[in-house]
Design a protein around this ligand. Structure first.
Ligand code: MTE
Ligand code: MO
Length: 177
């Protein structure tokens, strides 16, 4: 490589280091897709999460220390695809499920009732900050935090997708058919 080419390469790398936001280096995608039972979808961006009602909770991370997590409760995000968890959540809607999937395909199912503040005070957060800082690349930019859970299997890292499903539309066990 001649010196001019070398200088160009160096300048380009320097520029990329300066202009790339931290989220671009995270293991998870910068945007989360959310889909309802009918297939209607919305894209959650850093901006839409910043604009939504913010919530915080304190929980022990894997280091055994209490941390302050900040983000948006899942039920607030469900409103973006017209899924309500308010007073009208009852009857046949109680069979709805919400799956949250990480960039690596790891997926967790939550029931609609446990995501509703009408049913429980235990918050389930799509967190984007820990102790006032953006999440680390290995967990972010978005990570589920479930208040009160004794183990972290439902704390999905690098969240990529949220899907609302009707459990009655899922395949039934053979003995039921
Ligand atoms: N994206 C993603 N999130 C995940 C997992 C995974 O494999 N992929 N494993 C889960 C399981 S089973 C556990 S116990 C916790 C472990 O997280 P920790 O190492 O921060 O305790 O992450 C959960 N979140
Ligand atoms: Mo686990």
């Amino acid at each position: 490589m001649n010196s001019l080419a070398r200088r160009w390469t160096f300048s380009t790398l320097l520029l990329l280091t300066i202009v790339c936001p931290a989220s671009a280096r995270a293991d998870g995608p910068a945007e989360v897709t959310i889909t309802n039972v009918q297939g209607k979808s919305a894209t959650l961006t850093a901006q839409s999460l910043a604009d939504a009602p913010r919530a915080t909770l304190t929980a022990k991370d894997r280091d055994g220390q209490e941390h302050r997590f900040e983000g948006v409760e899942i039920h607030e995000l469900l409103k973006r695809v017209e899924v309500s968890t308010g007073e009208d959540l009852r009857g046949p809607r109680m069979r709805e499920l919400v799956t949250i999937e990480g960039a690596d395909g790891y997926s967790v199912a939550y029931s609609i009732g446990e995501l509703s503040p009408k049913f429980t005070d235990r918050k389930i957060l799509l967190a984007d900050r820990i102790d006032g800082m953006p999440l680390a690349a290995e967990t972010g930019p978005y990570r589920v935090i479930v208040e009160g859970d004794k183990r972290h299997s439902r704390w999905v890292r690098n969240v990529a997708r949220i899907r609302v499903l009707d459990s009655a539309q899922l395949v039934r066990p053979a003995q039921d058919r």
